[in-house]
Design a protein around this ligand. Structure first.
Ligand code: HEM
Length: 439
């Protein structure tokens, strides 16, 4: 009879500051020992039977399921192989993780198989629900980012439990192929791709005499917020090496406390991505069930600053928490609105109208929109010429510059941009004076 382990995790998670995590891990069924075979009296000794589902590991020595489906702590993969099988057997594990914050909800559900305590194959689906914040961001209430994570891990050397006579840890290498279903939104926020592969190496050591377990993982990744916000970005699109560490102290055979720390790349321009950390207590009453309670600090979830409303043609882009100037200007839709009007006012402004003779105004508008979008922290890329090169032929005087700025202010007034917000934009534009004015 096969071993089947089901893990259910409930986590309380706030994006800023410390939050409470409640985790419950349940194993549904355990291998049943085969009925003992009576030894045939004087006959030759039978070969010892091998139980392919032996469920023979020590309690808690397969860790729990991390959020991407691998065996480990809650946040980071460990070198341990999933399931309670020994090197003679096969084990399996299922998990469900629930993370709840004031703003967002994350579900992770999946399953993993451990083969002979050597190879681990895992799958997890992450569902990141923006709930009401999605509506405020223009994505729609309850907008979700869905991500599939397929993992493979190979134990390379060492044994975390048995190698107590040496400092050699148990080591493993692994990869996680991640595929996000929200490609359009990811590209809109500056992400380069909706899929990516993480590669990691990990080492786990149990210091039994100290009752301490230590784990270190190095991960090469392009993932933004684990891939929930895509892979690569407008700040950095290549791989970066990230560190993940865990330490656990065994209070008893069934109870452990510890903490985890995980650094992450910072690929997207519109918001910095922070490290994650947690402090946990895990309880393993049997091989079938465990419960974890944790406090987690996930730093600033970039999504709080996400303002794709404009890009999705939504009417508003309400700031949530700390926002960029781009968001405060109404995103690309807001910027387009007042830049288009600025151009319209300027070409009709007798003071500077002649400067725009024979100019393709749609082209000009689009270039200025993209420039403002990038300068204010939006996801766009400005690809036009520099300000000196593009204006030197116009021989503009200081007055021309100021008249254009006045027209811009009028257009921003009409668009309802608050005065302090207008001035934050003008502060960025003002130094361009030196390149634009050549007369
Ligand atoms: C802070 C002020 C200004 C900003 C941010 C700005 C921005 C820009 C940008 C982004 C372009 C496109 C450059 C390219 O892609 O090659 C451009 C071109 C242009 N700007 Fe400005 N501009 C400013 C002031 C002015 C003023 C004061 C005038 C005239 C009164 C003006 C008239 C033009 C014209 C006519 C072009 C097209 C030039 C060409 O294609 O040869 N701009 N500007």
């Amino acid at each position: 009879m096969g071993l089947r382990t089901v893990t259910a995790t409930a986590i309380r998670w706030k994006t800023a500051g410390l939050a409470v995590i409640v985790a419950a891990i349940a194993t549904a069924a355990q291998a049943q020992a085969p009925a003992p075979t009576p030894p045939p009296a004087p006959a030759p000794t039978p070969a010892p039977s091998v139980d392919l589902f032996d469920s023979g590991k020590l309690l808690a020595t397969s860790g729990v399921s991390q959020i991407e489906g691998a065996a480990g702590g809650g946040l980071t993969p460990w070198a341990l192989i999933t399931g309670y099988e020994t090197r003679d057997a096969i084990g399996a594990n299922g998990h469900y993780t629930f993370v709840h914050t004031g703003s967002y909800t994350l579900h992770s559900a999946g399953a993993s198989i451990g083969l002979f305590d050597r190879v681990e194959l895992s799958y997890a689906r992450e569902i990141f629900d923006t709930r009401k914040v999605g509506g405020k961001l223009g994505l729609g209430n309850g907008f979700t980012f869905n991500e599939d994570v397929f993992g493979a891990k190979l134990r390379v050397a060492g044994d975390a439990v048995y190698d107590q006579d040496t400092l050699m840890p148990q080591t493993a290498i692994g990869l996680q192929y991640k595929r996000n279903a929200q490609g359009a939104v990811i590209h809109a926020i500056g992400g380069k791709s909706a899929e990516g592969v993480d590669f990691y190496g990990t080492a786990t050591k149990l210091f039994l005499d100290q009752s301490v377990l230590l784990n270190a993982t190095v991960r090469a990744t392009r993932a933004n917020q684990l891939g929930i916000l895509g892979f690569g970005g407008d700040r950095n699109s290549g791989y970066s090496a990230e560190f993940e560490g865990s330490a656990a102290y065994l209070l008893s055979r069934k109870t452990a406390i510890g903490f985890e720390y995980r650094t992450k790349p910072n690929n997207l321009r519109f918001a910095a991505e922070n490290r994650w950390l947690d402090v946990f207590i895990a309880y393993f009453p049997t091989r079938n069930v465990s419960l974890t309670l944790a406090a987690v600090d996930l730093g600033d979830i970039a999504l709080q600053r996400l303002c794709v409303a404009a890009l999705l043609a939504a009417p508003s882009c309400a700031p949530v928490g700390e926002t960029t100037l781009y968001a405060d200007l109404g995103g690309e839709a807001g910027i387009t609105r007042f830049v288009a009007e600025t151009v319209a006012i300027s070409v009709a402004d007798p003071r500077i109208a002649k400067d725009f003779d024979n100019i393709n105004l749609v082209w000009l508008r689009d270039h200025i929109v993209r420039q403002f979008c990038e300068l204010t922290g939006g996801p766009c890329r400005y690809t036009g010429r520099g300000m000196y090169a593009s204006h030197k032929g116009l021989h503009l005087a200081t007055a021309n510059f100021n008249f254009f700025v006045e027209d811009l202010q009028i257009a921003m007034d009409h668009a309802g941009v608050p005065f302090p917000t207008q001035n934050r934009l003008l502060k960025i534009l003002a130094p361009m004076y030196h390149d634009i004015v050549t007369r």
